[in-house]
Write a protein that binds this ligand. Sequence first.
Ligand SMILES: *[C@@H]1O[C@H](CO)[C@@H](O)[C@H](O)[C@H]1NC(C)=O
Ligand SMILES: *[C@@H]1O[C@H](CO)[C@@H](O)[C@H](O)[C@H]1NC(C)=O
Ligand SMILES: *[C@@H]1O[C@H](CO)[C@@H](O)[C@H](O)[C@H]1NC(C)=O
Ligand SMILES: *[C@@H]1O[C@H](CO)[C@@H](O)[C@H](O)[C@H]1NC(C)=O
Length: 308
Amino acid sequence: MVVALLVTAAFAAQASASLQNLLSPPTTFPNISACVSQPLVYSCENTTAIADTCCSPTPGGLVLQTQFWDTYTGLEHEGQLLPKGSWGIHGLWPDNCDGSFDQYCDFSRQFDPDPSPAVLPDGTTIPPYKGPGVDTFIQEFGRPDLLDYMNKYWINQGAPNRDFWAHEFSKHATCTSTFDIACYGPDYKKHQDVVDFYLAVVRAFQKYPTYNMLAASGISPSNKTTYTLDQLQTALKAQTGSIPYLGCGGKNGTILQEVWYFNHVLGTEQFGQLKGLDSTTESTCSTTEGIWYYERTPTSERNVFDLL
Ligand SMILES: *[C@@H]1O[C@H](CO)[C@@H](O)[C@H](O)[C@H]1NC(C)=O
Ligand SMILES: *[C@@H]1O[C@H](CO)[C@@H](O)[C@H](O)[C@H]1NC(C)=O
Ligand SMILES: *[C@@H]1O[C@H](CO)[C@@H](O)[C@H](O)[C@H]1NC(C)=O
Ligand SMILES: *[C@@H]1O[C@H](CO)[C@@H](O)[C@H](O)[C@H]1NC(C)=O
């Protein structure tokens, strides 16, 4: 009886906590009130040094929204499936203005269980993370909506999705100055920056619906026909105004796998307006042979219903 009551009470407390979260999720955004007095510039476009790095990603002002085209996940038996009618999210990367980049910039926010690379160019070993998954951080912030979206569109291959999300945060967001803990002010709540980064990635991803943009130009996945690199680039440029990086694998770069959209950003990366520009990296897809944009294995994808 006592046990039953205690259990009931525990359930009630949990239910009321999650109800509270539903009514008013804790805020995740940084305090950028100091940015209103800063000059407004696109990242990488003005040689005057950015005075407040919370207001514009510095030095990582060349912002890449990256996506994958996978045909399977390897964890289908666990229900880890790809989103039908959409490419998958890879991340949001802070390249330096010249295309070089930093990685794993803050070991106090190292949540990647399997760091890649394992050792930084300067010889420092990146400590693998052993704690709870980043999905628990999102739950603690009362954002089941975000978690649900990420599980639909941000899909790992060969390992759980949460490991991929952790990798992207620790490798890239820790080098994106507008997610620095200092930007969150004295009221910073642990992992606020992590949840905030994932929201920013989703916002940026939604600006680039690759599957639909290609399909609208008559380019759909096919196991019968190939496309030329020029056809793919032209279709995406016709809609975004810029040529993204297209990444291919397979023999001689004949299997389409990746797209990276290059941007400069006005304001923070959290809310910034992205301005597209041509890729600074040469495509790895063949310029002479046809490129396969393969259909997925039907049992590796599922219907998802979201505004995209
Ligand atoms: C944001 O930071 C400014 C100082 O830059 C401070 O005056 C203000 O109270 C802070 N706002 C919040 C909501 O913490
Ligand atoms: C660069 O920014 C400064 C302010 O920091 C501004 O005065 C100047 O006009 C800007 N230059 C360009 C080319 O936008
Ligand atoms: C790759 O390219 C080389 C040189 O152009 C060609 O000889 C070879 O047949 C190509 N391989 C495939 C699998 O198409
Ligand atoms: C298309 O080909 C890819 C690559 O061989 C394969 O993984 C996929 O299952 C195929 N899809 C269909 C619908 O046949």
